[in-house]
Design a protein around this ligand. Sequence first.
Ligand code: C5P
Length: 227
Amino acid sequence: PRVAVIVVAAGSGTRLQAGAPKAFVGLDAQTILHHCLRGVFDARSAQVVIVAPEERVGEALADAQDAAGERRDLVSVVAGGRTRQESVAAGLAAVWPDVEIVLVHDAARALAPAALIDRVVAAVERTGWGVVPVLPVVDTIKQVEGETVTAVVDRSQLAAAQTPQGFRRDVLGAAYRVADTEYTDDSALVAAAGHPIATVTGDQRAFKITTPDDLERARSLIGAPRA
Ligand code: C5P
């Protein structure tokens, strides 16, 4: 089946304090978006839809075509929305008609390897379910209200969700059509529409760059000089 990967890169990156929308911040000579797309173009995909801030669509297209090399015909770029969910919906509207499996991936997970992307695609093919990559939770988690601990949570029943998350195209499209609130990720939105979700093993390198510390970690992982 033909696979499209929607890479959402339309966030403002306020928490990163790097002076530009997050996906357009440099890790080394290349941006976060560029690094993310290297993994995507090394994976099995027929179309790559990048969702960028409206004023950065041209810049995203140039960066994506550079990262794509010989696969530049696969690239589409569209403008995003106010929330991540609106940005995914915008990307979904640009997916080609013959695509059967859609992955949604955060540009901010710049170092997610191609093997992780292919693992998600394989699991969607095998099960027909929504697929989310997860890692065990390493910290002990508390339920709190204000400054009071209100419950203990059994860590063995928890997992941290990553992207890319993969879905049958018809399932994801139908779930987005009926979504009436904001969900924190696509697998929650698809589950709310009544579809089963499976997990595959995530990857430490697929961590999301959110804070200045995360940016330092990504830079040191790729051997970039410290900013
Ligand atoms: O802000 P956060 O790190 O949770 O965003 C996750 C991903 O969603 C990022 O890659 C970001 O660019 C994207 N996003 C988006 N449109 C928004 C908000 C976030 O594409 N309005």
